[in-house]
Ligand binder design. Structure first.
Ligand code: SF4
Length: 697
């Protein structure tokens, strides 16, 4: 007989930024199954991750006791094989009192002997807004440094830098569902079918109804099957392609003169800059026929409504900020922004990367993106938090790893992130983590990062806590506790607060609702969202300045937060490391449908792991043939930074001469190979391009 649930709890999906609402069906404190709920972002739909990726929370590998590294543990610098069953050889169990005291004492010792900037914190885009807010507050007021960052640095930092520079706000202008109102939809450098699957259904439905879909990507993705135009441009040639599109729009007089005159600045400089970028000259560089470039330019510029959505294919380059600047210029010169069915939508990755950024989990800004160097902003937060604050921007994720290598940074607090897998040049990142004097990791599993910790604090899984989460559309939604935590695991908010107390902070938040009340003071565009509203309405979109305000789904309707929208011309900057005789192929990293990021949750979810259980890399059949490798065979990928063995899989969508691999496999961590070269403006690494050698076996 079918098992009937004894409880149902409404919540949201813990994976991607689409933010699907769901219901947990529970029996005897265990999740039996998950159903989609009718939220604004998903209309009751769920993808395979949302539907089947829940049982990780009951996995036997869950951390259930605080732990301290044993004095006779293996050397952190040595190679390690991660076997959770051998955890006792590396760590000993401790009481919460002992673990928290030890964790705090280590931080205080470093802060007081070497200064605050010898400490840093990585927060999590998978935690709630309340956790992100308290985490950055602890780093700024307890550690007394702005060295606080999170995975946005590896994801959309370049998009946010460009949006802040050109428009004055890093948020999306229109929700994904607005594609239903867009005559033309442009998806560039994104693979939503895999990474935002329910978001992709909105796009496919619109295409089915006759809306024109343009897909631009070096890989031919599944979404291309639904497209009217597919531009499979050469990896790294985004700026030449986008400049050629804009060149055509200017040359053929398809710009929006009134919009440019009334709402923008810097158009003359851009116009002059674009002269050199004729489609004919750019054709051999980007591999797209000039006539196709012209056709797409006309289609976008002459549509009544046209919307651009993009992903990490745009952002994760040394020219990621330039790529985003081009997309913004495209929308501004044609007036395709500020109305329903138009605008710019960088598809957010993690379920709360928008919220974590809003909450100030970023080294150069306080909550609400207010620069730490701005006197007025700093005074506001000094008053709110009743403590002096540092006026200097802190270090970013990759910079923190480099500072550890230089011996300048000695203590790190990581909540729910796994840089040993997610950072570029992961061997370098692991060496850095191993060099720390004091690493405290708060997580639910013994991740590759937690293995290197001095103290492990067992935390709460997503369905075990209540909090708010902000999706890619700026929709703040309520996630609710559905099941109990295992063993002695504790709520993340409780852990942060206990550490804060031991760092001398007098914190007494009774729970997430009280933290949220403070967030409303720190982030004015959320001031109108109350806890009660979230409880009753499940989600409220911002900006929402006053109670009773329904919130705005479409922004920039009358002006931009910086006043006029700014055109910033972009030059061609080649990828940092190009193929050569020794490393003749291009390596592109990314994600896959069944697994989420570093795999710590989805690889412990039975159905998802059964669907994709082996590390694979995909290659075009002609290239695989040229490599002398048969599909299904093992092959070795090597770059100047490392080597991994994976199974070869054919994919005609991967461009010839390239290899694509997802970063979810600990046994073949592709980030051991990726390049840590940074975009100068956003400090985002170039995950989407490096030179690789491939050999059989
Ligand atoms: Fe979860 Fe994203 Fe899938 Fe929705 S689309 S169910 S939010 S992973």
């Amino acid at each position: 007989a079918l098992v009937e649930p004894d409880k149902q709890v409404d919540s949201v999906c813990p994976y991607c930024g689409v933010g699907c609402q769901l219901t947990y069906n529970i029996k005897d404190d265990k999740i039996l199954f998950v159903e989609g709920r009718d939220g604004p972002a998903n209309n009751s739909r769920l993808c395979v991750k949302g539907r089947y990726g829940f049982d990780y929370v009951h996995h036997p590998h869950r951390l259930t006791k605080p732990m301290i590294r044993r004095a006779d543990a293996p050397d952190k610098h040595g190679d390690f094989t991660l076997d959770p069953n051998d955890i006792d050889k590396v760590f000993r169990e401790a009481t919460w009192e002992e673990a928290l005291d030890f964790a705090a004492k280590g931080f205080v010792g470093i802060r007081d002997s070497m200064g605050p900037n010898a400490l840093a914190g990585f927060g999590s885009a998978k935690g709630s807004n309340e956790e992100a807010y308290l985490f950055q507050k602890l780093i700024r007021t307890g550690f007394k440094t702005n060295n606080v960052d999170h995975c946005t640095r590896l994801c959309h930092a370049s998009s946010v830098v460009a949006l802040l520079e050109c428009l004055g706000s890093g948020a999306v202008s229109n929700p994904v569902a607005d594609v239903d109102k867009a005559e033309v939809i442009v998806v560039i450098g994104a693979n939503p079918t895999v990474n935002h699957p329910v978001g992709a259904t909105w796009i496919k439905n619109a295409a089915r109804k006759g809306h024109k879909l343009v897909v631009m990507d070096p890989r031919r993705t599944e979404l291309a099957k639904h497209a009217d135009h597919v531009l499979q441009f050469k990896p790294g040639s985004d700026v030449p392609l986008l400049n050629a599109i804009m060149h055509t729009i200017v040359e053929e007089g398809l710009v929006a003169p009134e919009f440019i005159a009334e709402r923008t600045e810097g158009f003359d400089e851009l116009q002059a800059h674009l002269k050199a970028y004729t489609p004919e000259l750019m054709e051999p560089i980007c591999g797209i026929p000039a006539e196709t470039i012209r056709e797409v330019a006309r289609l976008y510029a002459t549509a009544d409504t046209a919307m651009i959505l993009w992903g990490m294919g745009i952002s994760q380059h040394v020219h990621g900020t330039d790529n985003a600047r081009c997309l913004i210029s495209l929308a501004l010169m044609t007036g395709q922004i500020g109305r329903p069915g138009t605008g710019l939508h960088p598809l957010r990755g993690q379920n709360n990367v928008q919220g974590a950024s809003d909450m100030g989990l970023i080294p150069m800004v306080f909550p609400d993106y207010r620069p730490v160097g701005d006197d007025e902003a700093r005074q506001y937060f000094e008053e709110l938090w009743q403590t002096p604050l540092d006026a200097n921007p802190g270090l970013t994720v990759v910079e923190i790893m480099d500072a550890i290598h230089r011996g300048e940074l000695k203590g790190l607090y990581i909540m729910g992130e796994n840089p040993a897998m997610s950072d570029p040049d992961a061997n370098h990142a692991r060496q850095s983590l191993a060099e720390l004097d004091h690493l405290v990791v708060q997580d639910i599993f013994l991740t590759e990062t937690a293995y290197l910790a001095d103290v492990i604090l067992p935390a709460s899984g997503f369905p075990e806590k209540t909090g708010t989460f902000t999706n890619t559309d700026r929709l703040v939604q309520m996630g609710r506790a559905a099941v109990s935590m295992p063993g002695d695991a504790r709520q993340d908010l409780w852990i942060i607060q206990e550490l804060a107390r031991r760092l001398g902070l007098d914190w007494n938040y009774s729970g997430p609702a009280e933290v949220f009340a403070e967030i409303r003071k720190a982030v004015p565009h959320m001031a109108g969202i109350t806890w009660d509203r979230l409880e009753n309405e499940h989600g409220v979109v911002y900006p929402c300045f006053e109670e009773g305000d329904p919130g705005d789904w479409v922004i920039f309707t009358e002006d931009f937060p910086r006043g006029r929208g700014k055109f910033v011309p972009a030059d061609v900057v080649p990828p940092d490391e190009r193929p050569d005789e020794e490393y003749p192929y291009v390596l592109i990293t990314g994600r896959m449908l069944e697994h989420w990021h570093t795999g710590s949750m989805t690889r412990r979810s039975n159905v998802l792991d059964a669907l994709e259980s082996q590390a694979v890399a995909t290659v075009h059949p002609l290239t695989l043939d040229e490599m002398g490798i048969t599909p299904g065979d093992l092959m070795t990928l090597s770059t100047r930074r490392g080597e991994v063995s994976v199974y070869a899989r054919v994919d005609e969508g991967v461009p010839p001469g390239a290899v694509f691999m997802a970063f979810c496999y600990y046994e073949a961590a592709v980030n051991e190979l990726s390049n840590a070269a940074l975009d100068p403006a956003a400090k985002i690494p170039e995950f989407k391009y490096c030179a690789v050698k491939v050999s059989p076996g």
